[in-house]
Design a protein around this ligand. Structure first.
Ligand code: AMO
Length: 435
């Protein structure tokens, strides 16, 4: 028998009765009946029933669930009500044996807590719900790329080991780099802005690092950021790109992820099939309006106060679904954000929210080098540390705008769960560095 399988399990059907197949997969269940075994075997595409008799039955004695088999057999009719056909085994090879008991029940019949599942992530991936979350993640990445490429954004890869901060001083992981101090990038901010000279519209989807001691369902020390930067656009233009891209993602997954939708137990709440929260364009509230509404609800906020999680939970309750908060006070925004031309206390900036959860932030950037230098100083950052960045602003820096979107946060919204650890393979947080 050669190593190749002739079919993935999903490719076998009841019209193939009488045909020989070679299948490979993991034992999901074994049921002995006298000198015969009813075995269900799953590969990443599906599940089938295998009937094992005689000498072949001897080979599988003592095997546990999750052991790996290759089976040569013939597709035949079945009396089983869960299957349209079965495979009569003619030759079985045991390729790997699994232990019993396993650290978690990959079928999910016995509930395992998230820590146990993350400690056994590879086995957790045999749980169809978990596997479907990661298949969905891959589809979302395809949808994001498809949309941005269709809008002439060029995918770039920026360094993750950097010599000085990209977002200001806080939250940086440092490391030793051939006797010098280096850092893990918090975002591609400076590089993506620089690339608007020459490439005009760029995007990156990559891991970035934040040394935040946060123990919440929305913070990771290593997260996946979807970033864009576009020349000749302002914040309203890039908000449109973001909103349309998110609609594209919903439409894409509702068209292409039926199996995942079923396995995860979801109904994608698509803007295409509005359920109230996604119908119509995303609302756009100014920061000042949010403060006003919160104060009416009994909060005591002043202009310039940051919106804390507790505030956003109140506001989010009244505004479920996607909405933007725009025109933030300039002092709450990073040094690279442009002030509003008619009010220097405000900025051309936005956050995209889903209820209480911040999914993205962005804005129009300063592209005048002197203004950028002044802002760095105002925020107690040393322009000398940004010399390599600042010099590019004298080389014909176009006006530009962009945003960064947390992929894991978007996925939690799509799936309707509240922990980013469910949607990243091996989450890194203050308590979790292994496996
Ligand atoms: P910001 O710091 O707001 O902006 O990050 C952008 C988005 O990234 C996600 N995010 C995180 N997700 C999980 N864990 C974390 N620790 C974490 N930190 C951030 C959030 C957030 O909205 N350079 C700017 C973006 C820009 O202006 O282009 C930036 O990094 O969803």
């Amino acid at each position: 028998m050669g190593f190749e399988r002739t079919h993935d399990i999903e490719e076998v059907n009841s019209e193939m009765i009488g045909q020989k197949v070679v299948l490979g997969g993991w034992i999901e269940d074994l049921r002995k009946l006298g000198k015969m075994t009813f075995l269900t075997m799953r590969d990443s595409t599906g599940i089938t029933q295998i009937i094992v008799k005689g000498e072949q039955n001897d080979k599988i004695q003592g095997l546990n669930r999750q052991s790996v088999l290759r089976i040569k057999g013939t597709v035949q009719e079945t009396k089983a009500k869960d299957f349209d056909f079965e495979v009569g085994a003619e030759e079985i090879e045991v390729l790997a044996k699994a232990i019993h008991p396993l650290p978690i029940d990959p079928l999910g019949r016995l509930e395992s807590n998230i820590d146990n599942r993350l400690n056994s992530r590879a086995l957790d991936m045999r749980n169809q719900k978990t596997a479907s979350i990661f298949k969905l993640r891959a589809h979302v990445l395809t949808a994001l790329r498809e949309y941005l490429i269709s809008k002439k954004f060029i995918e770039i890869t920026t360094p993750k080991i950097i010599g000085s901060a990209s977002e200001g001083g806080a939250n940086l992981f440092s490391l030793e780099y051939f006797g010098k101090k280096a850092y893990l990038a918090q975002s591609p901010q400076l590089y993506k802005e620089q690339m608007t000279i020459g490439l005009e519209r760029v995007f990156e989807i990559a891991s970035f690092y934040r040394a935040e001691k946060s123990h919440t369902g929305r913070h990771l020390s290593e997260f996946t950021s979807v970033d864009i930067e576009a020349a000749f656009m302002d914040y309203t233009d890039v908000m449109d790109v973001l909103e349309k891209m998110i609609r594209h993602v919903y439409n894409y997954v509702s068209d292409n992820c039926k199996a995942e939708e079923k396995a995860i137990g979801l109904n994608f709440t698509s803007p295409k099939k509005p359920n109230g929260t996604h119908a119509g364009p995303f609302d756009r509230f100014t920061y000042s309006y949010v403060i006003e509404e919160l104060n009416k609800a009994g909060e005591k906020l002043e202009f310039g106060d940051d919106l804390l999680d507790s505030h956003l939970r109140i506001f989010g309750k009244n505004h479920p679904g996607f909405y933007f908060i725009t025109d933030w006070p300039i002092k709450l925004k990073p040094f690279y954000i442009m002030e509003k031309s008619n009010d220097a206390a405000l900025s051309e900036s936005f956050d995209l929210q889903f209820g209480y959860l911040e999914l993205s932030s962005g804005g129009t950037r300063l592209h005048n080098p002197q203004k950028l230098k002044d802002r760095l100083e105002k925020q107690d950052l040393d322009p000398a540390l940004f010399a390599d960045h600042l010099k590019t602003f004298d080389w014909g820096m176009p006006p530009h705008a962009g945003w960064g979107l947390g992929l894991e946060r978007l996925l939690t919204i799509l799936i309707g769960i509240d922990n980013v650890r469910e949607v990243i393979l091996y989450p890194r947080d203050p308590d979790r560095l292994k496996p």
